[in-house]
Design a protein around this ligand. Sequence first.
Ligand SMILES: *Cc1c(COP(=O)(O)O)cnc(C)c1O
Length: 469
Amino acid sequence: MLYLSTRGHPDRKRFCEILLEGLAPDGGLYLPERYPQVDAATLARWRGLPYADLAFEILSLYIDDIPADDLRALCRKTYTAKVFGTTEIVPLRKLEDGVYLEALSNGPTLAFKDMAMQLLGNLFEYELARRGEELNILGATSGDTGSAAEYAMKGKKGIRVFMTSPHGRMSPFQQAQMFSLQEPNIHNIAIEGVFDDCQDIVKAVSNDLAFKRQWRIGTVNSINWARLVAQVVYYFAGYFQATQSNEQKVSFAVPSGNFGNICAGHVARMMGLPVERLVAATNENDVLDEFFRTGTYRVRGSADTFETSSPSMDISKASNFERFVFDLLGRDGERTRRLFGPELAAKGQFSLASEVAEARGRYGFASGKSTHDNRLVTIRDTFERFGTLIDTHTADGVKVAREQMQPGVPMIVLETALPIKFASTIVEALGREPERPAGFEGIEQLPKRVQVMPADVDGIKRYITQHCA
Ligand SMILES: *Cc1c(COP(=O)(O)O)cnc(C)c1O
C-alpha cells in the first residue's frame, strides 16, 4: 500500500514513512492510493473477532511494512480490557428504539482520542526502536488531545512529550489528569497565556527547521493517518454489534470538530462497510453543518469561533476535511490544492454547490447542529427517560441523530467522552455531579508535575534542549 498527498505531489510513500511525519511536502494530507475492498466473505469472517484481532485485520490492509506478527502483537498490546475497561473495548448499548451508543471513551483519559492515540504510542515506540531514533513530541492542548497523547506516550522508550497548555484555563479534572503524571519523559508546560499562545509557540518552534531537525521535534495532531486508520476499526466493531447479518445497514452520528472521527467512518464506508448515513453533529461552531447544508466551506476567524460547553469541538476550520473533499472531487489533487491553498488563503471560503449533493447522496453524509440549550435538554431528557448520563459532546450527537433517523436503520451515536470531564455543564443540566469512574477518586489531590512559563518561544526552546539529555 502506498500513500499520496491530497494536493497532487508526485511522491508515493509507505506507511512507516508517513507515520512520523505531519503534512505532505506540498501541504496536503496523506491518503492511501486506494481503499481496500472488504467483500461479504471477509465481513462475515470478521464478525466474530475480538477487537484487537479485528484491528489487526483492518490495519494490515493499510500497513505492509511492519511484519504481520509484530503488527498483531502491537494491536493485542494496545486493545486490552485492562486499558479500555471491557473485553468488548467499544461496547454498544441501546438508548431507545433504533438508537445506540457506542462507548469510545473508556480508555485512560475518558475520551475517544485514546482509541487511536494508544495505538500510536505503541507504533511510535516500535518504529523508533527499529530505526534507532528518538522523537520529541511538542504539542499544544486545551484538554483532550494533550492528555490522550501523554497517557499514550508515558514511559515509552525513545519518546519525550513537551505539552503546552494555557495556565489555569483547563478544568481541575483535566489539569489533575495531566499534571499528576510522574513519568520522566512527560513534560507539562503551563503557559501564561491562552490556548492560541500555546499554538503559536508550537508553530514557531516547528517553523525553525534547523531546531526541529536538530532536536527531532514531532507532533501527534489529528491529521496523522495512523490515528485516522485506527479509528476505522470501531466503525466495523459498532456495526457488528448493532446487526445480526451483513445484509443490514446502519447509520452513525458523530460529534465532530476537526472531521477526524467521521472521516474514519467515510473510509470504512468506502471499504464496503454497509453504512447508510454518516451524520456530522456540530456545536455552535458549525463549519461542517454549513458545508453539508449549503456546499460552502467557510473558515471562521477567532472572533467567530465560540467557546462552548462541548469544547473539544470548538474549531475554526476542520483540519481533516481536505481528505473527504479530495475524494468528493474524484481525487483531483490539483483542484484540491487550489481550493485549500490559494482559494482559502484569499477568500477564507470556497463553494462546492454542485458537488455537495453528491456528498449527501453517493457518500451518505448528513449533518446538524446543537447549541448549549439543546445540550442541556438532551442530557436531562436522556437521563430522565433512560437513566443514562451522557457528556456534552455525545449530547450534540444524540440531538442531531434523532433528527436524521430513518425507519429500519439503526443509528449508532459515537460516545466521545464521559460526563465527568465536563462536570459543570452536567451540574447545570441536572443539578448533580456526574459519577466518577473507579480509579479517578481524588485525583485533584495528587502531587502535580508542571512547569509554569511565560509565552516565550526562546524560553520553550531552552527548556526542550535542557531536558533532552
Ligand atoms: C476531539 C473530540 C471530538 C471531535 O472529533 P474530531 O475528530 O475532531 O471531529 C468530539 N468529542 C470529543 C470529546 C473530542 O475529544
